[in-house]
Design a protein around this ligand. Structure first.
Ligand code: HEC
Ligand code: HEC
Ligand code: HEC
Ligand code: HEC
Length: 268
């Protein structure tokens, strides 16, 4: 399954069986304009008409069936520079290949972060309204059950980690890595990579996760960051939320079925 996730891979077609679902009837309904890219609810995109004016393309097209983005007119829409991408070793073969690396920022997608448009999480976590925690030990919380149902049973790390291994105790608008360095919500790869070094190395090289854009070394590419696919609070029960597959594409005109796909290559 993972082999489908290489550069430019299509996440949505993992289990596509050419005959499983009928192609959707041509619809006269207006196009879906709110859809998601990978993790539902946390990667929402709004279709904008004429986002690529020279061709008249929208930024994205959304599937009417799954509400998933299935076509990009502008793959860099809404992206920002990824920022520094720490190398793991001085002889890293991909060193220097990231000048044009871009990502979609995560902050606009976080509900609690945007409750107060200026202070963000610190609207409550200012040390007064909600006191800074005295210890990093797991305890029952009277808040955020919509994000973490049971804080004593956090579904990440099999009991070895807790909220304050990732969240900054006194600056809640940022995360912190394993060495205690501040990490922006827009660069979760630095947090995740501080514990999952091997996956991070693979991700940088385009072996894990997903990138789209130019294939050229140093060409402009968009990387999907870790939390666009993984919910950090539930990975233990669901490493990744699979996306419903789209229906098989319509057959070319004049072709009655796809039986030829069932014979081996060359028909022998
Ligand atoms: C509306 C107020 C409010 C906002 C906004 C808010 N929190 Fe909280 N949060 C709380 C309260 C209250 C607690 C403590 C609950 C307890 O001790 O029972 C808490 C606890 C936590 C904890 C558990 C660790 C600790 O401090 O004891 C984490 C982690 C956390 N919040 C993260 C965040 C993040 C990240 C944001 C912004 C994205 C955020 N919170 C925004 C009210 C808020
Ligand atoms: C493995 C690291 C990690 C742990 C452990 C962790 N979080 Fe988080 N948390 C994150 C990251 C990363 C995000 C941002 C997610 C994103 O980009 O979608 C986040 C986001 C949040 C948010 C904001 C969600 C929103 O939509 O506004 C809250 C609240 C929160 N965490 C609370 C907690 C609480 C409470 C705990 C402990 C019971 C906890 N987290 C444990 C990494 C972690
Ligand atoms: C403080 C260290 C730490 C951080 C930071 C951290 N993790 Fe983890 N993660 C763990 C541990 C420990 C496990 C459990 C490994 C095991 O069971 O063998 C785990 C498990 C996982 C798993 C499930 C792996 C499996 O084999 O089932 C996923 C997926 C994952 N983490 C993703 C992330 C993502 C995404 C982030 C960043 C938001 C992150 N982790 C940040 C420590 C961490
Ligand atoms: C485009 C989506 C996507 C992105 C981006 C992504 N992952 Fe994954 N990841 C997956 C899928 C799919 C699996 C396999 C899930 C399964 O087996 O259930 C996986 C598996 C994992 C695992 C467990 C298996 C293993 O190989 O150890 C960890 C840990 C993990 N990812 C961490 C990360 C981290 C850290 C990042 C960011 C640096 C990241 N992932 C980025 C989709 C993604």
């Amino acid at each position: 399954m993972l082999c489908l996730l290489v550069t430019g891979g299509w996440l949505g077609v993992i289990a596509a069986d050419a005959t499983a679902a009928p192609a959707p009837a041509k619809s006269t309904e207006p196009p879906v304009t709110e859809c998601f890219e990978s993790r539902e609810g946390y990667t929402t995109v709004t279709r904008v008409e004429n986002a690529v004016p020279q061709y008249g393309y929208p930024n994205v097209k959304c599937s009417n069936r799954t509400s998933k983005v299935w076509w990009y007119g502008d793959p860099y829409d809404g992206t920002i520079p990824m920022g520094d991408m720490p190398v793991l070793a001085a002889d890293d073969p991909t060193r220097g290949d990231f000048a044009n690396a871009v990502v979609k920022p995560r902050e606009p997608h976080l509900m609690y972060f945007n409750m107060d448009p200026e202070k963000h999480c610190a609207a409550c976590h200012d040390g007064q309204t909600v006191p800074f925690p005295k210890s990093n030990k797991p305890r029952e919380l009277g808040m955020h059950q919509d994000i973490v149902e049971d804080s004593l049973q956090l579904q990440h790390g099999r009991g070895a980690i807790w909220c304050l291994d990732c969240h900054n105790a006194t600056d809640r608008n940022s995360l912190k890595d394993r060495q205690g360095a501040k990490v922006s919500f827009n660069q979760p790869q630095k947090l995740c990579g501080s514990c999952h070094g091997q996956v991070y190395a693979n991700w940088r090289m385009g072996i894990h996760g997903k990138r789209i854009g130019s294939w050229k070394t140093g060409g402009k590419k968009r990387w999907w960051v870790c939390t666009e696919c993984h919910n950090p609070h539930t990975v233990q029960k669901a490493r990744f939320d699979p996306i419903k597959p789209e229906a098989a594409p319509e057959l070319p005109r004049g072709m009655k079925n796809a039986d030829h796909e069932r014979t081996e290559h060359g028909g022998n």
